[in-house]
Design a protein around this ligand. Structure first.
Ligand SMILES: NC(=O)c1ccc[n+]([C@@H]2O[C@H](COP(=O)([O-])OP(=O)(O)OC[C@H]3O[C@@H](n4cnc5c(N)ncnc54)[C@H](OP(=O)(O)O)[C@@H]3O)[C@@H](O)[C@H]2O)c1
Length: 321
């Protein structure tokens, strides 16, 4: 099968190449999936280039490989079709269309992927195609983890989303609206229409306005960019407001930790999150945003585009050929 080989950390052209790899064979509890669509996320790009916030650098390297990546095929989020089953698998049948994440197992940047039956994947919603299903996962799981599980965002609360046009931002706007919150989106001029079309009540163009100068205050500021520490957004938060910081190291947020105003960490993933995503998609409350679609052979270009840090929603890598 065609697969991306992840040979070292570094720039896309140095770290990634297309190779012929053996097609995986499912063990007794495993499912073999023919992958139709996968994402190249900001997380994939960060890990590839090892642009990890200070404080997370050493632990992350210990997990992913000290000198070179431990996993040889990258890629986490996917949508595809069940091709074969191990003899003990009960919850899937051949031909099921599924979406989910390989998570730390990686391997989705290939034609085929083998996952344990219990891994984080479920049946794909019928309402959307494989590209859109793959696009739903990274931002959707992250938004559910931080806004619903950690912040417990409630109807009527106000949230400002910095980096609102990215994968996490576009999902966060839609989830926050679903949860009944009032959303202000921060993005550049060309993305104002996009964030409003996703439901943002207000938009701030960071290229023309100073976000901190806003007189409004919020229950939560979600910073997906990493340029909004507490020192910058203190005036934007209500007295008991909290900063949800997902792209900065702990050192950038010491004062927020000290003031007990920080929600941070790494997003968890679960079948329950995917089931909620599936429900949101089926109900028309979550529309995954796709910026570009590349063939697998163009994996280097896909990573280079993601590295620029200005994608709108998601970058998809589609079926081979
Ligand atoms: N902690 C966790 O568990 C977790 C989970 C998921 C993601 N993350 C991290 O969260 C970050 C965002 O992920 P993503 O997938 O949403 O990234 P993304 O899709 O690349 O989006 C980044 C967005 O940031 C915007 N942006 C760039 N410069 C900006 C600025 N100065 N002010 C405001 N917005 C700006 C861009 O919009 P414009 O083009 O309009 O500038 C772009 O849409 C990444 O660093 C990722 O690693 C962390």
């Amino acid at each position: 099968m065609k697969a991306v080989a992840w040979t070292r950390y570094g720039k896309p052209a140095d770290a990634l190449e297309i190779v012929d790899a053996p097609k995986p064979i499912p063990g007794p509890n495993e499912v073999l999936i023919r992958v139709h669509s996968r994402t190249v996320t900001a997380g994939d790009a960060r890990l590839r280039g090892f642009r990890i916030p200070v404080g997370f650098w050493l632990p992350t390297r210990l997990v992913f490989g000290l000198f070179r990546p431990r996993r040889k095929i990258p890629g986490m989020d996917f949508s595809g079709e069940v091709e074969a089953l191990g003899k003990e698998v009960k919850s899937f049948t051949v031909g099921d269309r599924v979406f989910g994440t390989a998570g730390m197992r990686f391997g989705a940047h290939a034609e085929y992927l083998c996952l344990p039956e219990k891994a984080v994947f479920i049946e794909k919603p019928d309402e959307i195609d494989h590209d859109a299903a793959a696009a739903a996962i990274f931002g959707g799981q992250t938004a559910i983890h931080f806004l619903k599980k950690k912040a417990r965002l409630e109807p009527g609360q106000k949230i400002l989303v910095n980096g609102a046009s990215g994968a996490v931002g576009t999902a966060a706007i839609q989830l926050a609206k679903y949860l009944g919150a009032e959303v202000t989106a921060v993005c550049s001029t060309g993305n104002i229409e996009l964030v409003k079309s996703l439901g943002a009540d207000k938009a701030i163009d960071y290229t023309r306005e100073n976000v901190e100068a806003s007189e409004e205050t919020y229950d939560f500021v979600l910073d997906t960019v990493g340029n909004m520490p507490l020192s910058r957004c203190r005036g934007l938060l209500k007295e008991k407001g909290q900063l949800i910081s997902i792209a900065s190291g702990l050192f950038a947020n010491l004062s927020a930790i000290w003031n007990k105003q920080l929600i941070s960490g790494v997003a968890g993933e679960s079948k329950a999150h995917l089931e909620l995503l599936e429900k949101l998609i089926a109900g028309g409350d979550m529309k995954p945003v796709i910026d570009r679609i590349y063939p697998l052979e163009k994996i280097v270009e896909a990573h280079e585009y993601v590295d620029e840090g200005h994608k709108k929603g998601n970058v998809i890598v589609s079926v081979v050929g």
